[in-house]
Write a protein that binds this ligand. Sequence first.
Ligand code: HEC
Ligand code: HEC
Length: 206
Amino acid sequence: MNLALSLFGVSLMFVAHFLGAEPLSSKDLQSAKKIINNLCIACHGADGNSASSVNPKLAGQHAAYITKQLMNFKSGKRDNAVMAGMVTSLTEQDMINLGIYFSNQKITLSMAKENGIDSLGEKIFRAGLSKKGIPACASCHGPAGHGIPDTYPRLNAQHSEYTVSQLNLFRVGKRANDSAKVMRTIAQKLTEEEMQAVADYIQGLR
Ligand code: HEC
Ligand code: HEC
């Protein structure tokens, strides 16, 4: 292949990566669907849009983030009894396939209950609370909460109940799989009221 063609190939891969459009081979797609129908569907839905607010939506989440979480549940680095049981039989290739599958699904949007424009939730998300040393969530998770592959997960439209639960787990250190304690340090500075407000705002982000 000449240089121009190979550069074109690389840039196509780059674009596909950013759009979350990495295609799965039909064999890997069938294998991911089989696992989902057997193990995941009851809690996360067939397309990763979970109906219950205690189970996170996975649709549209970045593939590498999903794979990392599954590997962390398996190694115990992210401590959750329910998910630990789900991943015991999964291979690394299964976890990669599941990440790509869910990242290619479309997240169903939702609404904030109270935290819209000019709310406490918006302030925390967009500007942070500088007096308390809380940075803007948007500085890492993006202005609309879409995250940045592969480092910062998507947050927007997530069930607020799940988001509050994760912030509390980071706060007490029970979730400790964030590198350099980035989320633990932030969550320790948030009050319960602030967590509720920012999680409600995030649920309504599009
Ligand atoms: C019995 C319900 C249940 C089943 C079945 C289940 N999950 Fe989960 N899943 C959860 C809960 C609850 C959490 C949140 C765990 C926590 O608080 O850390 C979760 C978290 C996750 C996360 C982390 C999401 C994030 O945003 O960090 C991923 C990825 C995931 N599940 C994938 C799967 C896959 C893939 C399957 C099937 C192999 C599966 N789950 C089966 C309940 C379930
Ligand atoms: C300096 C960068 C940074 C800032 C600022 C930041 N985060 Fe995060 N956040 C991360 C990283 C990195 C992760 C992924 C941790 C991991 O690998 O599991 C994360 C994960 C999360 C998760 C878990 C998502 C899931 O699906 O389980 C939530 C919820 C979250 N952040 C909320 C917030 C909120 C709310 C704020 C603002 C108060 C915020 N973050 C500010 C870097 C940041």
